[in-house]
Design a binder for this molecule. Structure first.
Ligand code: 5AD
Ligand code: FES
Length: 349
């Protein structure tokens, strides 16, 4: 089958078999351009020209896990650790709202210092001072905890499965289990959160077939939001000497998922912008419709080092916002108004 025919099929059926996805991932030259252009067209048809901004608040750099790729891993003795206190988190959320953000993303390492009650209290307080959607990105918790967060007012939850290859998952996430991860994602979905998930591109030993399976798993989990980013080696991790992930494969994966889940929200990730100075622009032109600028102060931004070279960490939140707005406008798009709930989610509910 030719790429053109596969794209027609994807457009009409929103489903592809493994070999078709693989051919799209391998597309080059005109075929590759056609894939990205088709995704851009579908993005415009289905979710429009608005690019929604999410204010990212990285509130703790402590993590109990030891993921091989991540700078926050507990074995990284050189990592600079901080925890923001409840009132400070609420204050930053309020400031983000005053700057025009309608969604805040509360992200941290897996840090059990923050109990169920503390997180519920933070969620409730933010809802009292700001009319924002709240997205949590805090990793694995119990069903009861997720339920409590939802009841407290959290709207969305982001947690990538990182890789669907169980052998690689086990290797790069010591002490963790792929099955547990998937259970958590299913609980989150069943509780009525808008579900965001996704994977890393270019982990060592990951094959093209693995990426095909990753794409299929995102579709199976019926994600409302899809986060895909290239792996970037961090010098203080076991994967320090590995090769970085491919920007091109990331763009193609974004494009394919735009075709398979056309109403989803897909960010042009910071990692993409880190590996390529125009990475976020390229993402936004390949199916993405979301950007997640960091709204924390410089002090914290520098310490939350998932990977080195992160863009924007020397910019304060106001400057960052202006910069992103000009990127959006330069692409002929506009900054989204309102909370920008996933249309895919709206359809389900
Ligand atoms: N390179 C790219 N992305 C990374 N993440 C963690 N470490 C790295 C890295 N070295 C991503 C993971 C996680 C998200 C918050 O950051 O996919 O889910
Ligand atoms: Fe932050 Fe450009 S987006 S400075």
């Amino acid at each position: 089958m030719k790429v053109k025919e596969i794209l027609e099929k994807a457009y009409h059926e929103r489903n592809l078999v493994k070999d078709e996805i693989k051919l799209l991932l391998m597309a080059e030259g005109e075929d590759r351009d056609l894939l990205l252009e088709t995704a851009d067209r579908v993005r415009k048809e289905r979710v429009g020209d608005e690019v929604f901004l999410r204010g990212l608040i990285e509130f703790s750099s402590y993590c109990k896990n030891d993921c091989f790729y991540c700078g926050l891993r507990r074995s990284n003795q050189n990592a600079q650790r901080y925890r923001m206190q409840e009132d400070e988190i609420v204050e930053v959320a309020k400031r983000a709202y005053q700057m025009g953000y309608h969604t805040v993303v509360l992200q941290s390492g897996e840090d059990m210092y923050y109990t169920k009650d503390m997180l519920c209290s933070i969620i409730k307080k933010i809802k009292m001072v700001a009319d924002v959607a709240i997205t949590l990105s805090i990793g694995e918790r119990s069903y009861d905890e997720y339920k409590a967060f939802k009841d407290a007012g959290a709207d969305r939850f982001l947690m990538r499965f990182e890789t669907s290859n169980k052998k690689l998952y086990r290797k790069y996430h010591p002490g963790m289990s792929f099955e547990k991860r998937i259970d958590c994602l299913k609980w989150i979905k069943s509780l009525g959160f808008e579900l965001g998930t996704g994977f890393l591109i270019g982990l060592p030993e990951q094959t093209l077939d693995d990426l095909v399976q990753d794409i299929i798993l995102v579709k199976e989990l019926d994600a409302d939001m899809i986060g895909i980013g290239p792996f970037i080696p961090h010098p203080q991790t076991p994967l320090k000497d590995a090769k970085e992930g491919s920007v091109d494969l990331t763009l193609k994966s974004i494009a394919i998922l735009r075709l398979l889940i056309p109403d989803s929200n897909i960010p042009a990730t910071t990692a993409l912008g880190t590996l390529d100075p125009y990475g976020r622009q390229k993402g936004l032109k390949s199916g993405a419709n979301i950007v997640m600028p960091n709204v924390n102060s410089l002090e914290y931004k520098l310490k939350y080092e998932l990977y080195p070279g992160k863009i924007c960490i020397n910019e304060d939140a106001t400057k960052c916002r202006g910069c992103i707005e000009s990127i959006i406008v330069s692409l002929g798009r506009k900054v989204g108004q309102g909370k920008g709930q996933s249309r895919h989610y709206k359809k389900d509910s």
